[in-house]
Design a protein around this ligand. Structure first.
Ligand code: AMP
Length: 275
């Protein structure tokens, strides 16, 4: 095994894995293309992971478009699509999982208890099953990307993690499988997330950045339909703790909100310097 190349399980070259929950869109395609630049073969996993959804979240109605996903993967030159059933991934008497630690309880984790435990558990299982040399994740889910980097470092996993930039619609809306839940009116209100990030990014000090972003979100909170804000925060990209007002260097401006019954997240990475 591995006589001809990478440390993964593919004879004749290196393997990159792009984990997804399916309902593939242009954002996923960009991850696949980045994966192809960094490995000889690309595998895509399609698995709506029940462990990362809390009761009452959208697990049962999450969009499932497997036939189209396969067509997209074929068009993008993906060599392997791994799409296990939930019963194949988890033993009925499963006991052991990954604990995301304190970092899994802040920001997004504060609103979705247990979410990052579920994400890290499935990602570790996917790494063990597929044995990629490289794994590609989107900056769109910035805390997920940071947590996966943390897991790889803390557990000495033999995988190189690559982050890929967020793909957006021309009007700024970040692509998401959940965008298909949005009505026309919802979509109008949802533009406030990316608009808030853009407004925030025009400033240099954390309190000004957050003030400008909040002003946009406050306006959207009285729009029709209204935006219901979960959080807007400016955090360290590696730890997801809030940055101080004299912070210099990179920071993630992150936002999460509900529009109608659809919960959306977005973020932008800023570099703060002397103003
Ligand atoms: P999902 O299928 O939503 O779990 O996403 C699978 C991967 O695609 C994750 O690494 C996401 O961060 C990434 N992703 C989702 N939306 C986008 C986007 N608009 N741009 C780039 N990557 C994305």
């Amino acid at each position: 095994m591995d006589a001809a190349g990478g440390s993964g399980g593919v004879p004749g070259g290196t393997l990159a894995l792009v984990p997804t929950m399916g309902a593939l869109h242009e954002g996923h395609r960009s991850l696949i293309r980045l994966a192809r630049e960094h490995a000889d073969h690309v595998a895509v996993s399609v698995f709506v992971n029940p462990l990362q959804f809390a009761p009452g979240e959208d697990f049962s109605r999450y969009p499932r478009t497997f036939d189209t996903d396969l067509e997209i993967c074929a068009a993008e030159g993906v060599g392997l699509v791994f799409a296990p059933a939930a019963g194949e991934m988890y033993l009925p008497d499963r006991q052991v999982g990954v604990c995301a630690g304190r970092m899994g309880t802040v920001v997004e984790g504060a609103f979705r208890p247990g979410h990052f435990d579920g994400v890290l558990t499935v990602v570790l299982k996917l790494f063990n099953l597929v044995r990629p040399d490289v794994a590609v994740f989107g900056q769109k889910d910035a805390q997920q990307l940071a947590m996966i980097r943390r897991m790889v470092a803390d557990l000495d996993l033999p995988v190189t993690v690559l982050g890929a930039p967020t793909v957006r619609e021309p009007d700024g809306l970040a692509l998401s499988s959940r965008n298909r839940y949005l009505s026309e009116a919802d979509r109008g209100t949802a533009l406030a997330l990316s608009a808030a990030l853009r407004e925030g990014a025009r400033h240099g000090r954390p309190r000004d950045i957050l003030g400008a972003a909040r002003a946009v979100l406050d306006q959207a909170a009285v729009a029709s339909p209204p935006l219901a804000l979960d959080y807007v925060c400016l955090v360290d990209p590696a730890t997801f703790t809030a940055v101080p007002d004299d912070h210099r260097g990179e920071a993630v401006l992150a936002v999460a909100a509900k529009v109608g019954s659809t919960r959306l997240i977005d973020n932008v990475v800023l570099t703060l310097g002397p103003s």
